[in-house]
Design a protein around this ligand. Sequence first.
Ligand SMILES: Nc1nc2c(ncn2[C@@H]2O[C@H](COP(=O)(O)OP(=O)(O)OP(=O)(O)O)[C@@H](O)[C@H]2O)c(=O)[nH]1
Ligand SMILES: [Mg+2]
Length: 204
Amino acid sequence: MTEVKVAVLGGSGAGKSALAVRFLTRRFIGEYASSADCIYTKHLCLDGRQIHLEIYDLCSQPQQGKLSLTDELHWADGFIIVYDISDRASFAFAKALLYRIRESHLAVCKKMVESSIFLVGNKQDLCHMREVGWDEGQKLAIENKCQFCELSAAEHYQEVVAMFTKVLRNTTSNFKVKEKRRPSGSKSMAKLINNVFGKRRKSV
Ligand SMILES: Nc1nc2c(ncn2[C@@H]2O[C@H](COP(=O)(O)OP(=O)(O)OP(=O)(O)O)[C@@H](O)[C@H]2O)c(=O)[nH]1
Ligand SMILES: [Mg+2]
């Protein structure tokens, strides 16, 4: 069983919970509790490999403007950075997050940064209210050597699945590099981090 931890980060209301819930349950419910961070867990099979996936859905409201994120950066194997294409402030926040992750990881392993981050422009169904161009998202992704897509958690289930699948593939392919740096079993590390974080857990 391969353990994969993915953190979904982004500005308040960008659609982090909507994306995670859509991927995990196929459903778009519309309103999501955002009073606390939570970690969803799911078992799935990818390319014949059993994966125990943990998705950390960060409640951004208290964190907006505060970019320390040290715990999250150490916890996660892969990142999904979400912004809302109809909200320029969320794009600025995504940019700041990318710089923060990049600066933190560059010191550790350059290759890892290049493939384990996905920049997502969400709410593509609101393109009539667009404030951030597709080319701006693409440019930011190229500058930060991460993958990029625009989609709608509300309307594009297949695109959401494809995006998460790419994140999982890239993250697991980085494990060979990362394993060398893990001090011991990842299970005991997960336990330790859970104790520190004390997050709410949800199994889907
Ligand atoms: N039109 C549209 N609305 C969306 C989409 N994704 C999310 N929303 C809406 O945007 C609002 C915020 O979505 P959330 O998933 O709660 O956003 P969040 O990033 O988790 O927000 P916080 O937890 O408060 O940080 C909700 O009203 C969603 O219904 C989308 O693709 N299209
Ligand atoms: Mg949320």
